[in-house]
Design a protein. Structure first.
Length: 297
């Protein structure tokens, strides 16, 4: 499976004691289509960055997560959605977060001299699911005001930010809420990513092994794609696909989305797959299962 960063595989296989077994890392990475050279270079970079220490070489090595890994990489994983947003998505799927009919708008005017801060505020808004309406104006049906105001304050842009909420929103002559959602957000693209997630979640865990079974032994003379490694590879692939679908999702309320919405069905499939993979994982397994288990609870 392509598109998964090698360093995400490393972090995904960190156990509760903060270590990664080299043999497990190489085997799982191989099942995901990565070469031994890719893994070696990635480990070398992570050690050089001070994120891991390593004892031993190759498949006999043991990597240990360091305190310098930072909050982006520990205790969580790189490039994964925040736990609270994952929980919000599942609550929406269960009908526990009904839309109150309010649109939340944010406007700002920042001079070119503060371009970096302006771009950071814009990225924060889009990262929180707000859609641009026109220059410096963003809207969302979700109450993200506290997050936006906090980020603006960190950037020193509080005076440049205006916030308001309204039930009366018209954009280019469109005022129907569902029509607005279709106009402002790329719903077909979002749905397509969730279709990929659902397909992966419903795929048997051995599929990664089957895809590379013809490759024979690896460069270090080790063959054998056993069920444990296949399950771990599937878990890493599932985590990557889940992130790829969730991170760009504005998490619009169900009232604004086509029904049935692929996001809800894909998240349900992912939750079921996660439970199966965790039940079949060896003990002690990677902390990946606990972290996603907490998010899906």
């Amino acid at each position: 499976m392509s598109g998964i960063p090698t360093r995400m595989v490393v972090h995904a296989l960190v156990r509760e004691d903060g270590t990664v077994a080299g043999g497990e890392l190489y085997e799982v990475a191989g099942l995901l289509g990565m070469t031994d050279q890719q893994v070696r270079l990635c480990v070398k970079r992570l050690v050089a960055e001070g994120r891991f220490t390593v004892q031993g070489r190759g498949r006999r090595a043991v990597l240990s997560l360091t305190g310098a890994a930072g909050p982006e990489h520990g205790p969580g994983l790189p490039l994964v959605p925040e736990v609270e947003f994952v929980r919000h998505a599942y609550r929406q799927d269960r009908g526990l977060e009904p839309w109150d009919g309010l649109w939340h708008a944010f406007a700002f005017a920042v001079p070119e001299s503060a371009r970096a801060a302006r771009d950071s505020l814009r990225d924060a808004l889009t990262g929180l699911g707000a859609a641009p309406v026109q220059g410096g104006l963003y809207v969302t049906p979700n109450a993200i005001g506290p997050y936006v105001r906090a980020h603006a304050a960190e950037l020193g842009l509080s005076e440049a930010l205006s916030c308001l909420s309204t039930r009366d929103l018209t954009v280019g002559g469109t005022s129907d809420p569902r029509a607005l959602a279709e106009r402002l957000w790329p719903l077909p693209e979002i749905a397509a990513r969730y279709a990929e997630l659902r397909a992966l979640a419903e795929r048997p865990a051995g599929a990664e092994a089957d895809a590379t079974a013809d490759g024979g032994e690896d460069g270090d003379g080790h063959g054998g794609n056993d069920g444990v490694a296949a399950g771990l590879a599937h878990a890493v692939a599932l985590a990557a696909a889940f992130s790829a679908a969730m991170l760009p999702d504005p998490l619009l309320p169900p009232e604004l989305l086509p029904q049935p919405w692929p996001g809800a069905t894909a998240r349900a499939a992912a939750s079921d797959a996660w439970a199966r993979l965790e039940a079949a994982a060896p003990a002690p397994g990677p902390r990946l299962f606990r972290l996603y288990g907490e998010a899906l609870a």
